[in-house]
Design a protein around this ligand. Structure first.
Ligand code: UDP
Length: 341
């Protein structure tokens, strides 16, 4: 008698745009660890193959160098990926996490048009794909949508205080447009959406030349060079270790939360105090030098994470000092690599 074998449940299949970036590559790691099949798209404008080298060759991982702002070949490309793997299910893509964008101020000021394209054409193409595939769509938005906030901590219901034509607007408005477009696809087409408002995140795989405060301070401190504090250093930030951010992203992806959710560490610190902490924790002999404050540099930033706590049961686990200690070996290796160049 023939047995009617139950079909094996298919593994979730997830596409990550910007998957070779700093946060994107850590998200790919997490998805692989959770049993997903992962398709990583990246045009390597600011991402790096180095970040995903350890995943290349994994049976459930595919990397495609592809620019999501250019969708002309997207569907052909995806049908190529999905064919020939014995897929019978009509649903081919379960989740789409759209992270592609330059993310550090130095990067987006250097690539202003590409940044606007990633958050407009890129988000549009990614949403069209999610709609066609009936996928859950997660967009990585940013605390920058609050601009230079007039209220603190920043809660999701706050509309923000953004200069629409300043140098940072290329990023801020791209992220704001991404959120608006994502909501429109939800309202008009019923796409299942998640909006992550990511606050300052740090960790291994940050580019040492991305201009952000943590890589700058770490590299300077480990070489006993002066730390470059911009302005008087009284502006504040709240730094979240990457494993915590990725945990939040993963939980949000699997949740049913449609509205925006802040993901960040509420431990706030002034930049001057942060410089002193880095010097102390690394045991550096560095001094502190003061440099001009960049235009429209937000004066304070601190997430209200009550929503993430309530809806995702998520809060960061790694404190700032512990996080700084954790990243020392990574930055030490970068200093050594640079010395050998
Ligand atoms: N900053 C600094 N020295 C540096 C790099 C950055 O004082 O070498 C300051 C910057 O002016 C800002 C904060 O650190 O107030 C965080 O900057 P970052 O570029 O990391 O990200 P942002 O939060 O501005 O997007």
């Amino acid at each position: 008698m023939a047995h009617s074998a139950k079909p094996k449940p298919r593994r979730p299949r997830t596409l990550v745009t910007g998957g070779a970036g700093f946060v994107g590559s850590h998200l790919c790691d997490r998805l692989i660890a959770e049993g997903h099949e992962v398709i990583c798209l990246d045009n390597l404008l600011t991402g790096s193959e180095e970040n995903i080298r350890h995943l290349v060759g994994h049976l459930r991982f595919t990397f495609l160098r592809f620019d999501i702002t250019r969708a002309d070949e997207l569907s052909a490309l995806l049908s190529k990926i999905f064919s020939g793997r014995g897929r019978s299910s009509s649903k081919r893509l379960d989740y789409l996490a759209h992270l592609a964008s330059p993310a550090s101020p130095k990067d987006y000021l250097r690539h202003p048009i590409d940044t606007l394209k990633a958050g407009s054409f890129g988000t549009y193409h990614a949403l069209e794909l999610a709609r066609a595939q009936d996928s859950v769509f997660l967009v990585s938005s940013s605390s920058e949508i609050y601009g230079d906030p007039e209220m603190t901590p920043q809660v999701e219901s706050y509309w923000g205080h953004v200069n629409p034509i300043g140098p940072r607007s290329v990023y801020d408005e791209a992220k704001r447009f991404s959120e608006a477009l994502t909501m429109a696809y939800h309202r008009k087409h019923g796409v299942e959406i998640r909006i992550a408002r990511i606050f300052n995140t740090y960790g291994e795989r940050m580019r040492i030349d991305d201009g952000r405060v943590l890589p700058n301070f770490m590299m300077q401190a480990l070489q006993n060079k002066p730390l470059t504090v911009y302005g008087k250093g009284i502006q504040t930030r709240s730094f979240c270790y990457v494993s915590d951010t990725v945990e939040g992203l993963y939980r949000l992806l699997l949740s049913t939360e449609t509205g925006p959710v802040n993901l960040g560490n509420p431990e706030e610190v002034s930049i001057l105090e942060f410089a002193r902490e880095v010097i102390e924790i690394t045991g550096s002999r560095s001094k502190i030098n003061f440099h001009p404050l960049p235009v429209d540099d937000p004066r304070r930033r601190r997430p209200d994470i009550s929503k993430a706590v309530a809806t995702l049961n998520w809060k960061p686990k790694v404190g700032r000092c512990e996080g700084i200690e954790r990243v020392i070996p990574y930055f030490k290796a970068q200093v050594q690599a640079r010395a050998q160049e």
